[in-house]
Design a protein around this ligand. Structure first.
Ligand code: ADP
Ligand code: MG
Ligand code: MG
Ligand code: MG
Ligand code: MG
Length: 443
């Protein structure tokens, strides 16, 4: 909903809002905020709030650190929970440089730039429907997360096995109070694991929603004495948490992926888009699966993809085309996980698909067999490549992908790769308990 500045000031006054959080995200998708007392709100609404960007991950050097926050008025929201000091509201902001141009390191502006290209190509929306999964762990007496899951439930289990139910329902109610349209919520396959699905939204709004969703889940879980984590694979031997992402392009409010005359009900646009997603899958993996831990999820045996293929029938490949047609025609990319920066992930998926449309890439045939049962030579014959096996390979693939390099921009790419190389090298040189168990007595 679009609000005017006057309306926002009125709402703040009428609802006794005491503080306003000016929210943005850093390069790694971590939500940052500057909190202002409500009497500073008029100044903030005129884009006059300055902050020092030099200590924000992936932002800037000290000598160029002044940044301005420009609130997006459509994101005005009063948090439904009370604090001892009264009500708190938030506005999601774009980050600007002192000269008034968008800051190239702001992930939200990266997504806006890629989305503008979709608009130039005649599309009126890029719809994104995420299915984020997360685990609930118990807290200890000191309030620190333990490794004890909060229940022993399984897929679609019912209370009382599913002790997460009250917490999950409370999360759903809170999200609904904040304007989310929840489509489903259920216990996932692993113990302590849950999924909440909310309705798709247009590119930037969808990314805002994912950022807000993660914040709300963590906040409400705390109130139940639990720790919610979006870490992709918190425990060895059980499923990790993914964030399947459903995608479609609309033209004049009509689904541009749908063609009733096609044998599969898919338009040329859908085929080109899907071909682009497959073409750039190795490249966008570093963005959609950005942690060392992400690659512990992308292994066979736990319902996560590790090969690049699509299917309309089978749920296991990288991309599935769900059976629904008409306005619900969409492709589901199954590799992203909820540790990603949602702005950069959606930007890279869109850039991949748009490249397919621009170059009219040919869609390879669907793979309806179980890829894990195919031999190496069968896979090679069918042209099935695998996703990068670890963060290092994924970073190499990203740097070689010119379309994604251009879409993300040099500032983001440079800082992202630098931060992630450090992360990889730290991980790579660790000596783990597993290694000592394997080798200490053997050698
Ligand atoms: P799954 O069958 O993989 O479990 P879900 O039903 O849980 O999928 O989630 C479907 C997601 O797809 C929801 O977020 C929904 O809003 C979204 N969705 C529905 N139609 C579209 C569309 N046309 N474009 C993008 N996303 C869509
Ligand atoms: Mg689902
Ligand atoms: Mg599902
Ligand atoms: Mg799921
Ligand atoms: Mg799914």
């Amino acid at each position: 909903k679009e609000y005017s500045k006057e309306e926002i000031l009125q709402y703040a006054e009428a609802n006794n809002v005491r503080y306003v959080r000016l929210q943005f995200t850093d390069l790694l998708g971590i939500v940052k905020n500057v909190e202002i007392p409500v009497d500073q709100l008029p100044k903030a609404l005129n884009n006059r709030m300055m902050f020092d960007g030099s200590s924000i991950q992936g932002f800037v050097r000290i000598e160029e650190s002044d940044m301005y926050l420009a609130p997006d008025l459509s994101t005005w929201l009063i948090f439904p929970w009370e604090t001892p000091q009264g009500k708190v509201a938030r506005l999601i902001c774009d980050v600007y440089q002192p000269d008034g141009t968008p800051f190239p390191g702001d992930p939200r502006s990266v997504l806006k730039r890629v989305y503008a290209r979709a608009q130039d190509m005649g599309f009126s929306a890029f719809n994104v429907g995420p299915e984020p999964e997360f685990f609930l762990f118990k807290l200890d007496e000191k309030g620190k997360p333990t490794q004890d899951l909060n229940d022993e439930g399984g897929y679609f289990d019912w209370a009382p096995v599913d002790l997460g139910e009250n917490c999950r329902r409370d999360i759903v109610v809170t999200l609904e109070n904040m304007g989310f349209e929840i489509e489903a919520s259920h216990h996932e396959v692993a113990p302590g694991q849950h999924e909440i699905d909310f309705r798709y939204a247009n590119a930037v709004e969808a990314a805002d929603n994912i950022a807000t969703f993660r914040l709300v889940v963590k906040t409400v879980a705390r109130q139940h004495g639990l720790h919610a984590t979006f870490m992709p694979k918190p425990l060895y031997g059980i499923n990790g948490s993914g964030m399947h992402t459903h995608l479609s392009l609309f033209r004049d409010h009509q689904n541009a992926f749908y063609d009733p005359d096609d044998e599969l009900g898919l338009s040329e646009t859908a085929r080109f888009f899907l071909a682009g997603v497959l073409e750039h899958a190795r490249g966008f993996t570093a963005i959609c699966n950005p942690t060392v831990n992400s690659y512990k999820r992308l292994v066979p045996g736990y319902e996560a993809p590790s090969y690049i293929a699509w299917s309309g029938k089978n749920r296991s490949p990288l991309v599935r085309v769900p059976a629904a047609r008409g306005q619900s025609t969409r492709v589901e990319v199954r590799s992203p996980d909820p540790s990603c920066n949602p702005y950069l992930a959606i930007a890279s998926l869109l850039a991949a698909g748009l490249d397919g449309i621009e170059r009219q890439l040919e869609l390879p045939p669907p793979v309806n067999r179980n890829i894990y049962m195919m031999t190496e030579s069968e896979k090679e014959e069918a042209g099935i490549r695998s996703l990068p096996a670890n963060l290092s390979d994924a970073l190499d693939a990203l740097m070689r992908d010119e379309v994604l390099v251009e879409a993300l921009g040099h500032h983001v790419l440079l800082h992202f790769i630098e931060a992630k190389r450090i992360e990889w090298n730290m991980f790579r040189t660790q000596v783990t308990e597993w290694e000592r168990e394997q080798y200490l007595t053997l050698y």
